[in-house]
Design a protein around this ligand. Sequence first.
Ligand code: BES
Ligand code: ZN
Length: 875
Amino acid sequence: MCEKQESADFRGQPRLPHFATPRRYDIFLKPDLSSCQFSGSAAITVDVVSPTRFLVLNSADLSIDATSVSLGQISPRNTELVEDDEILVLEFDSQLPLGQSLLRIHFTGTLNDQMRGFYRSKYEYKGDVKNMAVTQFESVDARRCFPCWDEPAFKAQFKITLEVPSQLVALSNMPISEEKLNADGELKTISYEESPLMSTYLVAIVIGHFDYIQGITPDGIQVRVYTQVGKTEQGRFALDVALNSLNIYKDYFAVPYPLPKLDMVAIPDFAAGAMENYGLVTYRESALLYDEKLSSASNKQNVAITVAHELAHQWFGNLVTMEWWTHLWLNEGFASWVSYLAVDAIFPEWKIWTQFLDETASGMKLDALSESHPIEVEIKHASEVDAIFDSISYDKGASVIRMLQSYLGANCFQKALASYIKKYAYGNATTDDLWAVLEEESGEPVRDLMSSWTKQQGYPVIFLNMDSNKLHLYQEQFLSDGSSGSGTWIAPLTLCCSSYDISKKFILKSKSDELDVDDLILHKEGNQETFWMKLNTDQTGFYRVKYDDELALGLEYAIKADKLSLTDKIGIIDDASALSVACKVTLSSLLSLLDAYSTQSDYTVLSRVISVSLKIANLVDDATPDLSDNIRLFLIKLLKSPAEKLGWDVKEGESHLDTMLRAELLMALVRLGNKSTVDEGIRRFAIFLNDRNSSVLLPDTRKAAYVAVMQHCTVSDKSGYESLLKIYRETDQSQEKVRVIGSLASCPDKGIVLDALNFLLTDEVRNQDAVYGLNVAIQGRETLWEWLKENWEYISKTWPSSSLISSFVSSVVSPFSSYEKSEEIEKFFASRMKPTFERALKQSLERVKINAHWIKGVRNDKSLAEVVSHLVHKA
Ligand code: BES
Ligand code: ZN
């Protein structure tokens, strides 16, 4: 067979051939930070395991010095770079010796400005703008730094050596083993210890001016946070979270942290939020740095979650790695889920498991589209990988894990995870491997149960009807466009009745089922008014519920009488809102249900009430212009009283969650156009503008004030816009810059929206931050679309990474709500489609059609006028 191998056989294949595997990489790199070029060499110990004349590995954007290539003593007859497939094919005259030989390759490349591969980031140091050199390899960009077998299952050991300017800090995954000053004193050569077996996407290098602070875990692991010079105190909070998380994880996974050190670095230009490189975790500044005076409570929480997430990967992802990108969710779903476990242990007062329902909600939102995908998704080409770092892999992944954990029990689940980690340490695993371990530990049919959730896209809505003594259950795939898909799930259900003490657990295995509920009904007799039944206790299941009318009324009673847990209250409004989008519940019923929440005061519940309210507010102008003012009035009324209780100023000793709630309530009232809130925001802004240390506008409430200012900006008086730009230019703190950028386009005036959008394209805004600026008010969506079309060529070139260009596309497209618009947008992109954003575009177009369908439903809602008038006028 090998005699017949041709170099053409290797083209167009999703994965590299397996006849040779790398065991050890000796990588040397010498970056030139002023010319942004680098040169390097790789000496790779390759094990040829089956007969072949070829070596096939990955390489992209590198110039390979063909004369330098050799395997032991032999040189290839032909060295071919196949650009489309990002592979390097080395063809030899005769069969390669089986066993280990050394492959040598010299190469050069460019430190690019695209935040992937080996790239440069800009920062200010002692008044000058400098370049730092940084790597970002996940998912498939290690090949842009050195030629390698760039797939997660080709684990090898890495020995890195760097030659860098002597005054700079240079970091890699492992501690330094040797550092030598070169003869001229200008450069130094740093060698790092050899790594344990690891995947290429986790290799990392950072070179620049940095300061650090450090701590040591009780097991002696040195943990450092590197920041811009002079900013180390902003790393203190993340350092504490890291030290705590490492402790929690080593107990939870029952395996020590695998490396001798952990560094965490803030990078000024960074495409994702953070990256879990083994022993050298890189972050966006806003996801790592926390400053008591400059950061908001939600910034703080984001830092904690991000640190906990990346450190979870050091076990789940780095020590045990997915076998292929199809199993990406094993990395991301698990790290997301585990991060909540750690943050809950460190900050119990944050009720982070209740907040976890935000993740479940975003997973459900995406998975209610026909253009969603199964958790386990086939990958046919490297270019498709980046696009699956989405809410399905993260949020649905984390949610189905929570569902399974709650089904198996926390102890059993933890034990099984620990044995999984032990069994696959330094290796790779598939989804089935995990199920096998869980099945063995628990004795439950985990594989069958979970396959229905990971191999099948979507999730069910469960219709619940009760007659005299029976509960009728019926499942159907939930889709936001109102149609129903064909899936059936094995769904672990929980149910409770008029009290959390009266509960049932069962598995729904087929389309429909009946349940004898005589014991529960007993409870109902004589208590007709106070009877309620809630399916999906504590919302641990990944499904929605549609109750019959009587059961729905019972729940409305239970909400008003405050009988339900926070999670259940969140679940009920989230399900109702999704069902309303799908036209399965009328807008008038949804509004009546919202009214039942008017006495709620907890952040977690109100935060969901707010997002449902804003979603409604955004579409009512299109749907029912006659009623839209009154609907907004009702929503304002709903949010006004909790907002008034909290006011604008922080109360001494108030909780983290109240601080978060204030920010969201004020923001929502501003967006709903509540005059008194807008006026107060503008008043406080004016004071703050004159005195940045004034306490009238702390970081938490600042964004609400910024948006209030922008709502009142007009072409004849642009002073608000200009003041915000001044604040933007004067701060060097990333979270504050993001707050300003996120407000600038929230203006009803088209001219100013255009100015704000054009500002995003200037070099005053880092490419990583531009997407925050696409946050226009609904009146600005047409201007935004025209602007995108006008600048598409530049935008698609400047933001090639999948996550950023996808954000552009979905922020611009999703707010529309007519079939005509969806056609127009589709036409525009027909000749411009790329795999990096194709998924995001299709999903966004589907959202537009769902909005259009919802609007039709709202127009047919005959009781809406009456209900709205009742809700607005009742005392
Ligand atoms: N592994 C990812 C980073 C990543 C994302 C690499 C997309 C390549 C493509 C990292 O662990 C991650 O998930 N980061 C999140 C933050 C986290 C708190 C959910 C991010 O970047 O948003
Ligand atoms: Zn992750």
